[in-house]
Write a protein that binds this ligand. Structure first.
Ligand SMILES: [Fe+2]
Length: 157
């Protein structure tokens, strides 16, 4: 599913994230902004599609399976985590690694159980566990990366 979240002005280079869709047209510099469609540029997939691994509470993102260049002329400008409940953007600069980290636990409806009130939480096998499930986990978890030359790329979890 494409959520058409990011738009770019082809004149000035502004990029915006749409926080709420009102149905109108986004304009900049006197013209309609371009809706960015992920993974639609003819470029090396292995250098652009975000690779995501989960390590405990963290989602670790690297762009891509072969590291993307991070030179002044060609680099990953930002990496974003998008769920039903939030958008989190990490900005990168040339010379940095094409990587970002996000907190993950709540995205799939999991939350660390802090042990307040001395209650013990049991899982379905009756064993104590240290996390509980929310009733409304995010229906989607997406990771985006934006290359200054090759545009928007995405991985869905
Ligand atoms: Fe690129």
């Amino acid at each position: 599913m494409d959520r058409a979240l990011f738009y770019r002005c082809e004149r000035c280079g502004n990029i915006v994230a749409l926080l709420k869709s009102g149905g109108g047209t986004l304009n900049c510099c006197g013209q309609e902004m371009t809706k960015l469609v992920a993974n639609s540029t003819d470029a090396a997939q292995e250098k652009h599609v975000p690779v995501v691994t989960r390590e405990g509470e963290k989602l670790k993102v690297t762009v891509g399976s072969v590291a993307h260049p991070m030179t002044a002329e060609h680099y990953i400008e930002w990496i974003a985590l998008v769920t039903e409940n939030k958008i989190e953007v990490v900005h990168l600069k040339p010379g940095m690694e094409p990587k970002a980290e996000f907190t993950y636990l709540d995205e799939r409806g999991e939350e660390l159980y802090t042990g307040e009130n001395d209650e013990e939480v049991l899982n379905c096998e009756g064993q104590p566990c240290n996390f509980v499930l929310h009733e409304n986990p995010s229906k989607f978890v997406e990771v985006y990366a934006y290359c200054n030359l090759h545009g928007l790329w995405k991985t869905e979890l």
